[in-house]
Design a protein around this ligand. Structure first.
Ligand code: ADP
Ligand code: MG
Ligand code: ZN
Length: 608
């Protein structure tokens, strides 16, 4: 908490002291100077006073053609007289025994001195203290840049600095293709201009988090070999009201000077939110101003000059429509979660960076990581390497990768967790219940692993199913089988122990979600046929669905969902009842081994 501490003596304390000092000086010290005044006399008077030995000090100013002198007694009056062509002056002065001769009389410029002391000096001190105050404020606010009003802190990257090229991005071929075109344009705009083609001013990268949007933008910078301005949306709305718009203006000014170049605005949804949605309290105006400035700037510059604006977001539906109209971000480049081939390619990129123990079956890992993003896969490879180190090995093995997949999906193993024998037994039957129901249905993916080792995510055990090949479609039959598999755990608990436990909470959540989407979005219920009852929002961020039907229909939807789950539950119970001996056999084996593979499972299942 060191940063938050208030300095022992706040700067204002010194400021007050300085103020008091200045006031005292003004009141006590300066008057001695300031009360001086001058009096002009004629030369005769001067000579007379000399003769009367009334003169104390004299200064002859030849250039100005005048003589300054003071009288004995009252030193505060400076007499001035015009210098006469008087050859006897020197002897007269000697005769009179004048105290000093030369620059001893206070200068006649004393009004200026007075002015300096009473006006300029306090001002100087004030300004100096102000500077100190600002500097100490800056320190607390994080660096001198905090106060550089209106300067965008977009970093200028040149080719070498991002160090990324398209080779670093695996999969995402469509996105790379679209961006390649932009790179090509920046290299030879003449080719495009000759035919009359206009490059889109902006391209928007949209997709779920971790799919490589930021990475792609950096790769474009590396490929294009032109200056690359990168700024994050949140940096626009950082600290001061009204700063955002100024930042945008400054960024575009810089960009136009450096054209051809690329401007990259990451997480553009922070400033590009739709304006009609009330965005909570305050701060809204600020964002709107920033957005308006951005729109203005994008209209304002000439696209053929070679400034291309890239932006990335994972919430495209929240963006203001004005941003998406032609002439602005008219091109949308989807950066989706990688498919099987994509995952394999990404894994290979990261595998090259670790030492492996012989060849690694990347396809197997890719198969078991459906739905993982590029960032997840990078993480899995790293976890595997960490595991190898933890186990004192110098190379990474296939088994490390498999364990890493589980770690990333379900968290780390909780070896020390204390679970009673009875509970362990329930968990074993629960997991075997899932696996058995899956295995006895035609349309479910094969079981690959069953484990009752608890994980840091809270999972007490799980059954991993991996499809033999990736599919992009799910049939109604598959969906129903999946529902039954999900209810299989609870069904086994009920059948053997006659209890319900909280262990099924995750299954319940998943089953409800699946059944609901079957009814509302996938057209898989008999009652509603192909009627859309829900729309998905934030599809890239988990996707919350919102009902778009009347309350009456909503009640019917709930009924339908309930029916689906109930019949799945019943189906699972029936399967397990018919196969009870196998259930016991498998559960006993699992209890003993804690983790069993798909092959072991099938072996027990198939033997008579
Ligand atoms: P986003 O901006 O889409 O949220 P990032 O570009 O920041 O995701 O990706 C995070 C990390 O994930 C990258 O730094 C990279 O290590 C890895 N990554 C994601 N997608 C890919 C990919 N297609 N190829 C290689 N690495 C990737
Ligand atoms: Mg990003
Ligand atoms: Zn379960």
């Amino acid at each position: 908490m060191k940063d938050g501490q208030v300095p022992k003596k706040p700067i204002i304390f010194y400021y007050l002291i300085a103020l008091v000092v200045i006031m005292l000086l003004n009141a006590l010290v300066f008057p001695q100077f300031t009360n001086m005044y001058t009096r002009e006399v004629d030369y005769g008077t001067f000579v007379e006073m000399l003769n009367n030995k009334q003169v104390a000090q004299v200064e002859v100013q030849k250039e100005e053609g005048q003589i300054l002198f003071t009288a004995k007694g009252d030193q505060r009056i400076i007499y001035i007289t015009g210098a006469m062509d008087d050859p006897d002056l020197v002897s007269r002065l000697e005769e009179a025994g004048v105290e000093a001769y030369g620059q001893t009389v206070p200068q006649q410029s004393s009004p200026i001195l007075t002015f300096l002391l009473t006006w300029i000096l306090p001002f100087g001190i004030t300004i100096l203290l102000g500077q100190l105050l600002i500097r100490s404020m800056q320190k607390r606010m994080g660096g001198p840049n905090a106060m550089s009003f209106g300067k965008s802190n977009a970093k200028v990257y040149v080719a070498a600095e991002t160090g990324k090229t398209f080779k670093d991005v695996a999969g995402q071929e469509e996105a790379k293709g679209a961006l390649q075109e932009i790179v090509d344009f920046l290299h030879n705009p003449a080719k495009y201009n000759a035919i009359g083609a206009q490059m889109p001013k902006g391209a928007l990268l949209v997709g779920p988090p971790g799919t490589g949007k930021t990475l792609l933008a950096k790769a474009v910078a590396g490929e294009a070999g032109v200056p690359f301005f990168s700024i994050s949306g949140s940096e626009f709305v950082e600290m001061f009201v009204g700063m955002g718009a100024a930042r945008v203006r400054d960024l575009f000014k810089q960009a136009q000077e450096k054209a051809p170049c690329i401007v990259f605005i990451d997480e553009i949804d922070t400033i590009g939110k739709r304006r009609d949605t009330p965005g909570g309290m305050g701060g809204n105006d600020e964002r709107e101003q920033t957005l308006n400035q951005l729109l203005t700037e994008m209209d304002g510059f000439d696209g053929s000059k070679g400034v291309v604006i890239l932006a990335a977001t994972n919430r495209p539906e929240t963006l203001d429509k004005a941003l998406l109209r032609p002439g602005r971000f008219d091109r949308r480049i989807p950066v989706e979660l990688p498919d099987l081939a994509g995952r394999e390619a990404i894994l290979k990129i990261y595998l090259d960076k670790v030492k492996t123990d012989g060849p690694i079956n990347t396809q197997l890992i890719a198969l078991s990581t459906a739905g993982a993003s590029g960032a997840d896969l990078a993480n899995i490879v790293n976890e595997a390497a960490l595991l190898a180190v933890k186990n004192g090995r110098e190379t990474v093995r296939q088994s490390d990768f498999e364990e890493a997949v589980e770690t990333v999906i379900a968290g780390y193993q909780r070896k020390g967790a204390v679970i009673s024998e009875r509970e362990k037994k329930i968990i074993a039957y629960h997991e075997v219940g899932h696996a058995l129901v899956a295995a006895r249905q035609k349309h479910s993916a094969p079981v690959r692993k069953i484990t009752i080792v608890p994980r840091t995510s809270g999972a007490l055990g799980y059954t991993m199913q991996v499809a033999e090949e990736e599919s992009v479609l799910m049939s109604r039959k598959e969906a129903l089988d999946k529902l039954a598999t999900l209810t299989g755990g609870r069904a086994a608990e009920e059948l053997i122990f006659g209890v319900c436990t909280s262990g099924a909470s995750n299954d319940i959540e998943q089953a409800t979600k699946l059944a609901r989407s079957m009814v509302t979005r996938l057209g898989m219920s008999e009652t509603f046929d192909m009627m859309a009852l829900e729309t998905l929002q934030n599809q890239y961020l988990g996707g919350d669905a919102s009902l778009t039907c009347s309350a009456e229909t909503a009640a019917k939807v709930d009924n339908e969902v309930l029916e689906l789950i109930k019949s799945a539950h019943k189906k699972a119970s029936d399967i397990l009842k018919a196969d009870e001996p196998k259930l016991h056999e498998l559960a006993t084996y699992l209890l003993e081994k804690e983790t069993i593979t798909g092959e072991e499972f099938m072996e027990i299942l198939d033997k008579e």
